[in-house]
Design a protein around this ligand. Structure first.
Ligand SMILES: [Zn+2]
Length: 1013
């Protein structure tokens, strides 16, 4: 969390002049010291004198320190060389000659963030930690990786591409990035997003795919790959972003001493050229590799894309963000509304919006699920809508709402990733293109300038100049081509067969680089050795680890006040929230009659989307943007800890966030919606229901592991079986059944009545508990305002048919099968296996969570991902539900993975040693050290309270973990094995794969469900 005192920027007694010279002994000159009052920070801009490497430190009191190495890496072609390099530099370096130091860090560091990302023009290696010694360990390992990687040929072939022989002895291509990009080229949205950008830049490096086009990846040679590293991964081309409260002097000592001082200055000539402007718009058409069994009609995505100003100007970026928000910010925004309501296609495409990761911004408006022949209708629709805005003038509330939305986003401290990462992205915008980082970091000044500039007609003029009269525009149509994959496969097969014949014709003595079969056999053998040989103990010992004594022995406690006012129970969490206040309202839904439970997700979704009496939904959407930073709902079922009474609780949560200045208006609007949301518009309800059905259908394959896990744990947990009804396979089935009835007038009438009844039954004062999170100086007032508003909520209206039926259980929990297959159209599978285990508060639970971390970063990763070829595999333990659940993600196998789950426990029961445990302990406890955003912290504290997860239980778990021995974990693994007969299995896969699996694992034939697809 971002906690700094207001005067820290100048308050440590260092005069500016003294500071200016401070780092010359480390080899750095100071370019500027910047006041960053809006972040309560100071910026220090330095240059390494010998190499020209630039460093920018945002210094403040935040303990979550961030560093990032950023290199400009413009792609020279479509081979994906920047992407393959990003993977391979992490496969061992001069000081850390391991196969995968990244994985070792994942296992045993207290990092709160660790990543590597390839952008269209740069590659970034960021990490964050709240423990200073850990932070410096990460800096050493990452710095060594980028400046001194081993780049072994085997690592290049493993991550990039290589030739192999398949089971039938045919030549095939393999490689991690090759497979990753094949997956990406099979996704309509990924292809559309890529094309909407690249076609606008035919004369610059943005024209190439930095990720790699699978057709061209195999043309990348090892020599060209190494040359790319030599060319760009040099101190003269690096920008190092630093953030937080750690010692800058010590960090500079590492940067200079271990990395920069080993290089000579190099002339970089690395500017990304500006794209020459077009005189007239252009059209493009491209395809994605659709699977052959899908319906082609009406599946195209079409985007219109405009080239805008340079991202180096913070004023241009800000006004562009506001304009994008005006046009596309919510369901009441004019361009979004006209695209959605046009009936030309299914849905606005996520490609829509503003792109600020390339030197010149790109604005896109896109529709998916459209018939290809209607492209010109789409173009007319968009241009007509824009013209109407210019002629008629934009609604003033719409403009003000968009300004506030952009302001809100910049102010809010969100959880999820470190605050420093957001500042890094902002700093790099100008910095990567030669501007001082402070320019693009600033937000408040450009915002104040924009507020002064905005007069009636300001954004209308922008629409005219940047959109209507801007000739640098593309229309890109992306259509499915089911024959494309076959043709590509056929072409590849022929090439490989002919190469194979050529290789077979060569004798072993003709080692001419292209190689014969003998050379292939040798390189396959080298690859096998490289992959199978474990890292040497000596190499492993070089990775710096914390010792368990560096870990905090006490868990962090989130303060929470509570009380009861006017019949409403309340909680209050005071924290630094940067002027934003958060409300969570929990409504108990256990009294809702069983027949209506499945409609609760629709209630949550529709609440903010149906409008109010006399105010249509788009007007309400504009009002929400004007008065709030967001209003939404979620559903949750959870067991209550037995120490706090046991049983389960089911809630519909309403979440509101708003700036302190708009808090009262935001509360009043929320109350209006809870009491009066208007479900009488049957057509609108129908659209929302169909939209939701489409979202669920589209979610099964990308999130198959989550669907399967909920399903398998629902056999052991009543709470999970409720969640399956709301979020899982049961909800998907329910939505599918409902959607088949929407053409019946009587059905829609009943739905509208049910929704109204449900709204009244759920949103009553007797069901509610309220929690507020805000800055300490505003929190008491924020709470009083909320209590005043919601104490006027009406009292309970008993829902018809409630009572005994209301407490019945979803069918899923009560049925008796131990295994099931869920059939979908998918080439890969998702398996889940759950074992019932003891709850949080027990020693077993603490040991199991350590065991889970060990298996996730060790056995499961190595056996199911590295050897089995699945994209992911993991195990998680729920202390509230008492489940230990294994899952796989995008897995080519089923039965071997189910066996690997069991094998992992057998391995642990026999082989787990103290060294492995010591490293895992640091990683497992480290995961709990991630700072929470204020809204996130307030909600977690609230939930711990209502479900009875006390601080004493959490502290007991930490103590058990710190005291754990390898012997204890081994016997815990053995205990889990003894429970194996109680496990339940759910597998989502294609029917054929399920049939094959059921022959080897008969439990899978006990139940088979065909999912709608
Ligand atoms: Zn990748």
């Amino acid at each position: 969390m971002f906690r700094v005192s207001a005067d820290s920027a100048a308050g440590d007694g260092l005069s500016k002049d003294k500071y200016m010279d401070n780092f010359s002994h480390r080899g750095f000159e100071t370019l500027s010291i910047d006041t960053l009052d809006e972040y309560r920070s100071r910026g220090i801009y330095l240059r390494h004198m010998a190499t020209g490497a630039e460093v920018y430190k945002v210094e403040n009191d935040d303990a979550e320190n961030v560093f990032a190495f950023a290199f400009k890496t413009p792609p020279p072609d479509d081979t994906g060389v920047p992407h393959i390099l990003e993977h391979t530099v992490l496969c061992g370096s001069r000081h850390y000659p391991l196969k995968d130091p990244f994985l070792v860090l994942l296992k045993g560091s207290t990092h709160t963030y660790l990543n590597a990302v390839t952008y269209p023009d740069k590659t970034i290696y960021p990490a964050a930690s709240t423990v200073e010694a850990d932070y410096r360990n990460l800096l050493r390992v990452y710095g060594d990786a980028v400046f001194f990687p081993l780049l072994k040929k085997e690592a290049f072939e493993q991550e990039g591409h290589r030739l192999e022989l398949d089971e039938q002895g045919r030549l095939v291509r393999a490689g991690v990035v090759l497979n990753e990009m094949k997956g990406s080229y099979s996704s309509a949205e990924a292809v559309a997003g890529d094309a909407s950008l690249r076609y606008l830049f035919p004369d610059t490096p943005y024209h190439w795919d930095s990720g790699g086009d699978p057709r061209f990846i195999p043309t990348l040679t090892y020599e060209a790959f190494r040359a790319f590293h030599r060319q760009w991964y040099h101190p003269s081309n690096v920008r190092v972003f630093l953030y937080g409260n750690s010692s800058l002097d010590e960090t500079l000592a590492v940067l200079d001493g271990e990395f920069f001082s080993h290089f000579q200055k190099k002339d970089m000539a690395a500017e990304i050229p500006l794209q020459t402007k077009w005189n007239s718009p252009r059209s493009f058409k491209t395809f994605w590799n659709a699977s052959s069994d899908m319906d082609e009609e009406g599946k195209s995505t079409v985007s219109m894309n405009w080239l805008w100003d340079e991202i180096t100007s913070p004023d241009a970026v800000l006004s562009s963000q506001v304009l994008s928000s005006i046009l596309l910010g919510h369901s009441g925004a004019p361009l979004q509304k006209s695209i959605v309501e046009s009936g030309l296609g299914e849905d606005i495409s996520p490609v829509s919006g503003l792109e600020t990761d390339v030197r010149q911004m790109v604005f896109s408006a896109a529709l998916r699920g459209m018939e290809e022949r209607r492209v010109s209708e789409f173009e007319h629709l968009v241009m007509d809508t824009l013209e109407k805005q210019v002629k008629g003038g934009l609604d003033t509330d719409l403009v003000e709402g968009a300004m506030r939305m952009v302001e809100f986003r910049s102010r809010e401290i969100r959880g999820g990733s470190p605050f420093g990462m957001r500042l890094m992205k902002r700093a790099l915008r100008g910095w990567m293109h030669g501007r001082p980082p402070v320019e693009s970091l600033a937000f408040e000044q450009p915002m104040a300038r924009l507020r002064r500039q905005v007069q009636p007609g300001f954004f209308e003029e922008m629409i005219r100049v940047r959109l209507l009269e801007n000739p640098h525009r593309s229309t890109v149509t992306v259509s499915p081509d089911p024959s494309m994959q076959k043709a590509l496969d056929k072409q590849e097969r022929e090439e490989l067969d002919s190469l194979h014949r050529e290789m077979q014709a060569k004798g072993p003595e003709e080692a001419d680089g292209r190689g014969g079969m003998e050379e292939l056999r040798q390189s396959l053998e080298k690859m096998r050795q490289f992959q199978e040989e474990p890292d040497s103990a000596d190499a492993l010992a070089r990775i710096p680890f914390l010792s368990p004594s560096d870990l905090p022995s006490r868990v962090k406690i989130l303060p929470l006040e509570q009380g009861l006012t006017k019949g409403l129970p309340w909680f209050r969490h005071d924290t630094f929230a940067n002027g934003v206040a958060y409300l969570n309202l929990a409504f108990d839904v256990s009294g809702v009659e069983a027949g209506l439970q499945s409609l609760l997700p629709l209630l949550g979704r529709a609440l903010t989307e149906v409008g109010l009496p006399g105010r249509p939904h788009d007007a309400v959407a504009r009002e929400l943007a004007l008065k709030t930073g967001g209003l939404g709902c979620s559903l949750e079922a959870s067991s209550v800890h037995p120490e706090s009474g046991g049983g389960i609780k089911r809630h519909l949560f309403v979440h509101l966030k708003a700036l302190a200045g708009q808090w009262k208006e935001a509360l009043a609007l929320t109350l209006d919606l809870l009491e009066k949301a208007d479900f009488s518009n049957e057509e609108r309800l129908k659209d929302l229901l169909l939209e939701m059905r489409n979202d669920y259908r589209a979610a099964v394959v990308p999130s198959g592991h989550a669907f399967a896990a909920l399903r398998s744990s629902a056999r052991h947990s009543r709470a999970s079986s409720w969640e399956d009804l709301w979020y899982g396979v049961s909800q998907l089935q329910f939505l599918q059944q409902q959607s088949e009835k929407v053409s019946e007038k009587a059905y829609l009438k009943k739905l509208s009545e049910d929704m109204t009844a449900l709204r009244k039954a759920v949103f009553s004062k007797d069901n509610a508990v309220l929690a507020v999170t805000a800055d300490a100086d505003f929190a008491p007032e924020a709470l009083n305002n909320a209590l005043h508003v919601f104490s006027s909520l009406s009292s309970r209206v008993p829902a018809s048919g409630g009572g005994a039926e209301a407490n019945s259980l979803p069918q899923l929990f009560t049925h008796s099968t131990a295994g099931e297959g869920l059939a979908v159209s998918s080439a890969v599978s998702f398996s889940a296996l759950s074992i019932p285990v003891p709850l949080a508060g027990t020693e077993e639970h603490a040991l199991e969570s350590l065991l889970a971390h060990i298996l996730n970063t060790g056995f499961l990763w190595e056996n199911i991902r590295m050897k089995g070829g699945a994209y992911g595999a993991s195990v998680s333990v729920s202390g509230m539900e008492g489940t230990f659940t294994f899952t796989t993600y995008r897995d080519p196998h089923i039965v071997p993975s189910l066996r690997a789950f069991r094998d992992s426990l057998e391995w642990a029961a026999k082989n787990l040693d103290e060294d492995t445990l010591r490293v895992a302990l640091i990683g497992a406890v480290g995961k709990e050290l991630r700072p929470l955003g204020p809204g996130e912290a307030g909600f977690i504290a609230f939930k711990r309270q209502i479900y009875g997860l006390t601080d004493a239980i959490r502290q007991h778990r930490r103590a058990c973990q710190l005291a754990a021995t390898a012997e204890q974990i081994r016997s815990e693994a053995a205990r889990l094995l003894s429970l194996w007969d109680n496990c339940s299995i759910s597998v989502i896969a294609g029917s054929q794969a399920l049939d094959d699996a059921a022959r080897k694992e008969p439990v899978l034939s006990e139940s088979r469900i065909q999912l709608p697809g």
